[in-house]
Design a protein around this ligand. Sequence first.
Ligand code: AMP
Length: 225
Amino acid sequence: MSPAFRSLNLVFLGPPGSGKGTQARILSERYCIPHIATGDMLRGEALRRTEFGTSVKAYMDRGELVPSGVLNGKVLQRFDRDDSARGFLLDGYPRNLEQAGLLDDLLAELGRTIELVVNFKASDEVILKRLAGRRVHPESGRIYHVDFNPPKAEGLDDETGDALDRRDDDCGDVVQQRLKVYREETIPLVDYYRKRGLLVEVDGDDSVGTVTATAMKAVGSQVGL
Ligand code: AMP
């Protein structure tokens, strides 16, 4: 069945550990729109040891933003694919005002616009617990949590049975660095989108199911679903 909207272009904002990646996966599936996650794209490149992946890995391991140039090009190219014609869910992009401006310019060129920006808020206590217990399936980016969202068999991906991993940047001091970068570079986007009437805030401290329901309600009322 074709989804009941003409266009659904969504941006998800939130600190690391706010649950936005988990929610992005769920909502992109529900609405049949592609989940465009720059972190997943970058980790995929690093895993495949492409020239680009190798060049950005050190930034990611330090918890810093990777230089925008090549990454911007890859995100923009992503909109050329047919699957994003009726909508997309951007997760982890834009990450600063420069990227937000660039995204606006590109969408304007394509005659498209952002329908809604969902900001997932979370307390530091919850963020730290989530990052400490997060496990990922490196190939697909599927996300688990040892307590809050455990896999069916401990330590193994539900679909492939492959071993789950901890992300390098979920460990040690890198977490604090990522939170610092978020506060300095990404938080200004909250006001940027609020001023344009595009922002809705969701309490990311709640359970996965509750946050999904709140986020879907917000999306539904914005686009008239
Ligand atoms: P994430 O999976 O969204 O937490 O991103 C993991 C890491 O990838 C970040 O700490 C950055 O190093 C890098 N990254 C992801 N998205 C961006 C972006 N839009 N701009 C710059 N760096 C990014």
